[in-house]
Design a protein around this ligand. Structure first.
Ligand code: SIN
Ligand code: CO
Length: 410
């Protein structure tokens, strides 16, 4: 992506300007961000997705006695009738299940992949919404069809109502209001109060248009949660290093050295007191785990590419063809569910890290940035890189496309 090119998607700003002036700073309303935008999924397709166990979904209904929320999977028959106002169905991670939704998300890759999360789609009947709230992440709210009225506010008071099944602001004080039509988009930075309510609308075909809103959401690492995850992985790395280090010519002599020992411990009359030597041992254990600065980046890459627990990869339809890859006859594409990142020494894919050097590292980084390699690029991979790509193919993490062969799929 040319980050200096002006985009209709960003109201004529370039990604570089948007990131400098708006990202994490202030809202941006974009009229006709995607002119003539047509919904990528029908309401029926969205309802079908919400019935699956491995797809995250929610049904929110406003009733005279308050809000009701049901977590998915949601059977189509348990949805309120379309004639009933004030309900909404939200489906998370649609980009993992629909090629068009995945392609739409790619337009937002001017922000790092480590931050981009997913595309959520909501359908709402008139008056439907999730109530006034704030999100802890940046969000682009694209109106895909119908109309939604957004009220937003830069309030400091983010106290939430007690005893409700969703996060609703206790005192919502909007200071701006926008009616979004199909193709319009609103960007909000984290912590900005907002409330979107569906309005009745007529589509270009003269029929009632469904209110569908697409939210491009971002991931926000939380300091203590990330620290817990990293420390866990770092501790494993440093233990692995000891495990494989020969000690006086004999492997696996090390575990004893990792055990806490206290030959100097005197008899105690205060048995509940924590021994000072144990505190020192604990400090040293943490210092040891943090000793290698490169390991932090490695643990971070693994943790940021770890698929969500609900993610399932499909078995490949064809066998991996390494000879065709070498002979310019195969291109590859990462599966929509695959998360791939890199740092200066490693590539990370779906929670695993690999050390990469030289031409193969350049190629793997290109695969991560482009989410694919052309037949020409792939033909330059070393035999061991092709073998590794074959493992990823067999795990369903990438797909191959054969070219120029009888019966090939392109
Ligand atoms: C919605 O699509 O109804 C909610 C999106 C949001 O407020 O973040
Ligand atoms: Co929100």
């Amino acid at each position: 992506m040319d980050i200096n090119q002006s985009l209709a998607l960003l109201a004529g700003l370039s990604p570089a300007q948007f990131m400098r002036q708006y990202w994490q700073k202030k809202p941006l309303l974009v009229r006709q961000a995607i002119p003539g935008f047509q919904p990528l999924l029908s309401r029926a397709a969205l309802v079908k997705l919400a019935t699956f166990e491995h797809v995250e979904s929610r049904l929110i209904v406003q009733q005279p006695k308050g809000w009701r929320m049901k977590q998915g999977p949601i059977a189509a028959r348990s949805l309120p009738p379309l004639s009933k106002d004030g309900w909404t169905l939200l489906v998370q991670g649609v980009d993992m299940h629909d090629a068009g939704a995945h392609a739409l998300l790619q337009q937002f890759r001017f922000a790092p992949d480590a931050r981009l999360d997913d595309l959520m789609i909501s359908f709402a009947t008139t008056g439907g919404g999730v109530g006034p709230h704030f999100d802890s992440y940046d969000v682009f709210l694209l109106q895909a069809s119908g109309r939604r009225r957004w009220r937003i506010g830069q309030q400091k008071d983010l106290t939430l109502q007690q005893g409700v099944p969703l996060k609703i602001l206790q005192n919502f004080e909007p200071d701006q209001e926008f009616l979004l039509e199909a193709g319009d988009m609103l960007y909000l930075p984290p912590g900005y109060a907002h409330d979107g309510v569906a309005e009745a609308a007529i589509g270009s075909d003269g029929k009632a248009a469904d209110c569908m809103t697409y939210s491009v959401g971002f991931r926000v690492p939380i300091r203590n949660v990330l620290a817990a995850e990293l420390l866990h992985r770092l501790a494993e790395f440093s233990e692995d290093a000891v495990d494989t280090a020969p000690v006086e010519g004999r492997r696996r002599a090390a575990p004893l050295a990792r055990l806490y020992r206290d030959p100097g411990q005197p008899a105690t009359a205060t048995p509940a007191a924590l021994p000072a030597a144990l505190v020192t041992f604990a400090e040293q254990a943490v210092v040891q785990a943090l000793k290698d600065p490169l390991a932090i980046s490695c643990a971070l890459g693994e943790c940021m590419t770890e698929p969500k627990p609900s993610v399932l990869f499909d078995e490949p339809l064809q066998a991996w063809a390494p000879d065709a890859a070498k002979a310019h006859q195969t291109s590859i594409r990462l599966d929509a569910r695959t998360r791939m990142l890199y740092d200066s020494d490693h590539v990370f894919i779906n929670g695993e890290s690999y050390r990469a050097k030289g031409a193969d590292a350049t190629l793997m980084r290109r695969l991560a940035d482009q989410r694919g390699l052309s037949a020409h690029e792939l033909s330059k991979a070393s035999v061991s890189a092709i073998a590794l790509l074959g493992e990823w193919h067999d795990a369903g993490w990438l797909q191959q496309e054969r070219h120029g062969l009888p019966g090939a799929n392109t």
